[in-house]
Design a protein around this ligand. Structure first.
Ligand SMILES: Nc1ncnc2c1ncn2[C@@H]1O[C@H](COP(=O)(O)OP(=O)(O)OP(=O)(O)O)[C@@H](O)[C@H]1O
Ligand SMILES: O=P(O)(O)O[C@H]1[C@H](O)[C@H](O)[C@H](OP(=O)(O)O)[C@@H](OP(=O)(O)O)[C@@H]1O
Ligand SMILES: [Mg+2]
Length: 342
């Protein structure tokens, strides 16, 4: 495939994290030119692009309150709208919904219906919009079927603050909740996390450290505050990830169930580059989906470069066969409803 230009719109940190320079070299060997897009400069002179791959989560989140980020985002959106033949990975509305745990958890909560045959579910959760009295939160925890311990996560699902979390063990400790946030039932899973990395129609499962088991039900224990990046990176190791008791090794997630999950979320999200965090309940052995990530790090996936290039080529092939008026994003997106909130 010759003369194809793929623009990357990533933060400097993300370019380093994915080793964009090495990917550019890899693509050059396959006749695909990788271009680093500078969002602060006019986009037209930097183009044209057959495909744009981006992770604008920083800009989208900051555009909520920062006029310069709003301008950068508007420039990008104007360029994409004016160039419908440029394929966008991934569509902005799809990415935006995953920046909000209220939206992504609504999608996760529907998986138990669409993937019932695979015994895939997502833990009960509760959306807390604003400061609410303790008894109302406790009432909602009970009525929504949540069970202690609870894990509390910020509503915003991206960026450094989004990884600050807490484990809450009693009704009294609900005072440690800082809305807007979600409360989710903690599922004992033997301190093993399964990261499912999706690249187009391919997906890869990588095992990671995870939070250890805790006694079920409320107990008189202080809230534990932690950063998720201390818990589930390949090198994570602390008393939070070390089991207090020996337990039989859990089965691996069935490859068919994981494939069904990847397929379902590809269709639901209309995205090609995302990660899904899955844990196995030590009592029921059901798969619990606890998180969906935009354009993750794909650490532990040696096939990432070849899979990404293969997906780019499949998108371009579709563009070619669909003709010059093909739309910018080849995959549709839609949002879903959700449970009551506090
Ligand atoms: N409901 C849950 N039950 C048990 N453990 C959980 C649950 N939710 C999260 N965890 C643990 O906390 C870790 C971080 O949770 P989560 O993935 O939601 O945070 P995150 O900041 O979005 O992480 P990342 O962006 O690195 O994927 C998980 O890897 C897992 O170890
Ligand atoms: O271990 P993974 O690849 O899941 O780590 C991801 C993490 O899940 C989040 O997707 C991070 O993105 P933010 O939520 O935007 O911080 C990724 O950071 P990034 O700098 O690679 O985008 C982690 O790689
Ligand atoms: Mg996660």
């Amino acid at each position: 495939m010759s003369g194809r230009r793929v623009g990357f719109c990533l933060s400097e940190k993300k370019r380093r994290r994915m080793n964009l320079d090495a990917f550019a070299e890899f693509c050059a060997g396959h006749g695909v030119e990788v271009v680093k897009i500078d969002l602060t400069q006019p986009l037209v002179p930097q183009g044209p692009f057959d495909v744009i791959i981006h992770k604008l989560s920083d800009v989208i989140v900051e555009a909520e309150h920062d006029s310069q980020s709003q301008q950068l985002l508007a420039n990008f959106q104007n360029y994409v709208s004016a160039h419908p033949s440029t394929a966008l990975l991934d569509p902005l509305p799809a990415m935006t919904q995953l920046l909000d745990r209220f939206a992504s958890y609504r999608i996760m909560s529907k998986l138990h219906n669409s993937l019932r045959d695979w015994r895939i579910c997502s833990p009960p959760y509760l959306e807390i919009y604003s400061a609410t009295d303790l008894s109302s939160i406790h009432q909602a925890v009970m009525s929504q079927g949540l069970s202690f311990p609870l894990i509390c996560k910020t509503r915003v699902a991206h960026g450094s603050l989004s990884h600050e979390m807490s484990l809450i063990f009693s009704v009294g400790s609900l005072a440690d909740v800082h809305p807007p946030c979600v409360l989710q039932s903690f599922v004992n899973h033997g301190a093993i996390l399964h990261k499912v990395f999706v690249v187009g129609d391919r997906h890869f499962c990588v095992e990671r450290p995870s939070l250890k088991n805790f006694p079920s039900g409320p107990c008189d224990r202080k809230t534990i505050f932690f950063n998720s990046h201390q818990v589930s990176k390949p090198e994570s190791s602390s008393d939070l990830t070390s089991l207090d008791e020996q337990m039989p090794r859990l089965p691996l997630p069935s490859s068919e169930a994981v494939a069904a999950l990847a397929r379902e979320l590809r269709a639901q999200l209309g995205m090609a580059l995302f990660g899904v965090d899955v844990i196995i309940n030590i009592h029921t052995h059901t798969l619990s989906v606890i998180d969906i990530n935009i354009f993750p790090g794909y650490e532990g996936v040696p096939q990432f470069f070849s899979s990404l290039l293969s997906h780019i080529e499949s998108v371009l092939d579709k563009q070619t066969s669909a003709g010059p008026q093909a739309t910018g994003s080849l995959e549709s997106t839609h949002t879903t409803g959700g449970p009551s909130a506090v």
